[in-house]
Design a protein around this ligand. Structure first.
Ligand code: IPM
Ligand code: MN
Length: 364
């Protein structure tokens, strides 16, 4: 029997509620496959800081080091509550970015997927949505402005200033671009490279590297598109995209926009993959306004489990079963209050009940 260690980082806000649904699903998977899933829940985020004085405590780091995969919920507090935590220890800077750096999780996969049956979630008109949405955003996750040199101070004119650096070397670009071409080969063999080379030198280098890597993938049709234009086309005609690859900050922004065209970031799971380790997380935040109310949809969290099954454990079939189970729950008319309004004819159930229904559908 294969044993997998999974570190569970439930985090803050709605994190624990949606993580509980992920655990239910993992129990089903474990029970009917020849695997042992050793679940290791550990502290992470603002809640960890309040308990231990660190948002990524030593024991949590050790558990993640040992883990075959990391499953993360959500982190972050309301703006007011965050102020109690020193800036460097706030969960984004004190936990999430250090984790990305520690495991060098440079490849962030954010599938933007809405089958025809779920297109009613999208704010786009039916004629724009067509048969639903199915594209894949690949975001470089450990470079660029997020990790560049930072400096603040007072300049010669006595003005406060802040300086941050956007830096990529060719190897950092090449490895993410390779991943994008490999993904394109598995899908429609169409790749959009997102850039801003009319302004940024880093984008000129990016575009050059894409050209070089493209020589190894002659079957893939490559289109270079400016990031601002890409934002427009995501709304006007998302169907023109299949795989999109971009640097860190562009990916942060365009993936949230993609969540918007899905209808909610609650419909976007993600995988963050490094050379040796990967972690999986919903793309959305901790939603402090609805935390504890048992109304958050666990779709992105459970979808992240599906991505983990496929990408870290090679359990492709169970991964597909899990996606199908979630679609079944929606198709049967169930949703949660954060995703659907009361007047849409959907039967609004709690986070817990939604999780139970996924488990039920998975068992069939
Ligand atoms: C995301 C989030 C993070 C990011 C925040 C929480 C630091 O918005 O994963 O997209 O900006 O990368
Ligand atoms: Mn983001």
């Amino acid at each position: 029997m294969t044993k997998y260690n999974i570190a569970l980082l439930a985090g803050d806000g709605i994190g624990p509620e949606i993580m509980a649904q992920a655990v239910k699903v993992l129990k089903v998977i474990e029970a009917r496959n020849d695997v042992e899933l050793n679940l290791m829940p550990v502290e992470f985020g603002a809640s960890a800081w309040f308990k231990t004085g660190s948002s990524f405590p030593r024991e949590s780091i050790e558990a993640c080091d040992k883990a075959d995969a990391i499953l993360k919920g959500t982190i972050g507090l309301s703006h007011e509550e965050s102020k109690q935590i020193p800036i460097e220890e706030q969960p984004e800077r004190g936990a999430l970015l250090p984790m990305r750096r520690r495991y060098d999780t440079y490849a962030n996969f954010r599938p933007v997927y809405l089958p025809t049956g779920l297109s009613h979630f999208s704010p786009l008109k039916p004629e724009v949505i067509g048969d639903g949405l199915d594209l894949l955003i690949i975001r470089e996750l450990v470079g660029g402005l997020y990790f560049g040199k930072k400096e603040t101070g007072v300049n010669e004119d006595g003005l406060r200033y802040a300086r941050e650096t956007l830096e990529y070397d060719e190897d950092q670009i090449r490895r993410i671009v390779e991943i994008a071409f490999q993904s394109a080969m598995k899908r429609k063999k169409k790749l959009h490279s997102i850039h801003k080379s009319n302004v940024l030198k880093s984008s000129i280098l990016w575009t050059d590297i894409v050209g070089e890597v493209a020589k190894g993938y002659p079957q893939v049709e490559v289109e270079h598109i400016l990031v601002d234009a890409a934002a427009t086309y995501l709304c006007l005609n998302p169907g023109r995209f299949d795989v999109m690859v971009m640097e860190n900050l562009f990916g942060d922004i365009l993936s949230d926009q993609a969540g918007g065209i899905l209808g909610s970031l609650g419909l976007m799971p993600s995988a963050c993959v490094g050379p040796e380790k990967a972690y999986y997380e919903p793309s959305h935040g901790s939603a402090p306004d609805i935390a504890g109310k048992n109304i958050a949809n666990p779709y992105a969290m459970i979808g992240s489990v599906a991505m983990m099954l496929e990408m870290s454990f090679g359990m492709d079939e169970e991964s597909r079963n899990l996606w199908a189970a979630m679609q079944t729950v929606f198709a049967n008319g169930f949703s949660t209050a954060d995703l659907s309004k009361a007047d849409t004819g959907m039967n609004l159930v709690s986070t817990d009940v939604f999780g139970d229904k996924v488990v039920e559908a998975l068992g069939r």
